[in-house]
Design a protein around this ligand. Structure first.
Ligand code: SF4
Length: 291
């Protein structure tokens, strides 16, 4: 039997910040029939980000072929054939939202021969064609560690190549059973060494890892060429997902930030509500770190 959920501490009370532009963002996304990881993954920052007129687009549908136990994205439905209009629709949304920096991500599509990498390329190209000058951050899946698929996307030279390690190696079996910590590090290394990209990764805390394991993961990422890092509190999306083992205090997040900055990361976000795409534009342009 799973233990009773922990009571949320004060610092994790959701900040309801929806303004007039929240509804406008929602309407626009609905009009273009787009999925976002904000909604599909039940992100706690949805009110804030959509009110700021930003969102993270979820490519290739909203059904995932992996069974990660932290993630709220649907894993039970059969994935659809990729929507051929999605690249143009995302580009149109980026244009309408007047975004200067956009974050693209996708579900994992192990059912597709190329893992969906061709669709990623079409989306990047369509967005750049319609919105010249926009910077694009690609938060990619591991593409089953297929180098051809990884290279296809990396050769598009996204402004930021983001791939999350998510957790420490000892928890992979229960958190990301079909993924591999070393392979995720190698994706970051490939983006940096082979393609010369600006790289970013993220870790969730509060899943049962030790502070020493987090310190070691921070060090691993830095040694593999990671430039930017996000560290945030894991929140259990439903009773069917992994329980939170511990709520990490704001002081501990500050300590992780200092650790990562000392290790040499160019930009660090570390705080309870930090997510991989939280304030991504500010992080990519080097404006401060958030707590
Ligand atoms: S943090 Fe990222 S996923 Fe969450 S609401 Fe903001 S843009 Fe969406």
């Amino acid at each position: 039997m799973e233990p009773r959920p922990l009571k949320k501490p004060e610092w994790l009370k959701i900040r309801m910040a929806s303004g007039a532009s929240f509804a406008a963002t929602r309407q626009l996304l609905n009009r273009h029939s787009l999925h976002t990881v904000c909604r599909s993954a039940l992100c706690p920052n949805l009110q804030e980000c959509w009110s700021r007129g930003t969102a993270t687009f979820l490519l290739l549908g909203n059904s995932c072929t992996r069974s990660c136990r932290f993630c709220a994205v649907d894993k039970n439905s059969r994935p659809h054939v990729p929507d051929p209009d999605e690249p143009e629709n995302i580009a149109a949304a980026v244009q309408s939202m007047l975004l200067k920096h956009t974050v693209l991500t996708s579900v994992t599509r192990d059912d597709l021969v190329d893992g969906g990498s061709g669709h990623w390329v079409e989306t990047i190209r369509a967005t750049r064609a319609l919105v010249p000058g926009v910077t694009i951050e690609c938060l990619i899946p591991d593409f089953n560690n297929e180098e051809a698929s990884l290279d296809l996307v990396m050769r598009e030279m996204p402004d930021v190549l983001n791939h999350n390690i998510e957790t420490v190696p000892s928890l992979y079996g229960k958190v990301r059973p079909e993924a591999n910590y070393r392979n995720s590090l190698r994706i970051i290394e490939r983006a940096k060494k082979t393609h010369g990209l600006v790289t970013k990764s993220g870790i969730m805390v509060g899943m049962g890892e030790t502070p020493e394991e987090i310190a070691s993961a921070i060090d691993d990422l830095h040694r593999h060429g990671c430039d930017m890092i996000t560290i945030g509190q894991y929140l259990q999306p439903s009773a069917d997902h992994l329980p939170v083992v511990r709520y990490v205090t704001p002081e501990e997040f500050t300590a992780y930030r200092v650790l990562a900055e000392t290790a040499g990361f160019r930009n660090v976000q570390s705080g309870p509500f930090v997510r991989s795409s939280y304030h991504a534009e500010a992080l990519s342009t080097g404006h401060s770190s958030f707590q």
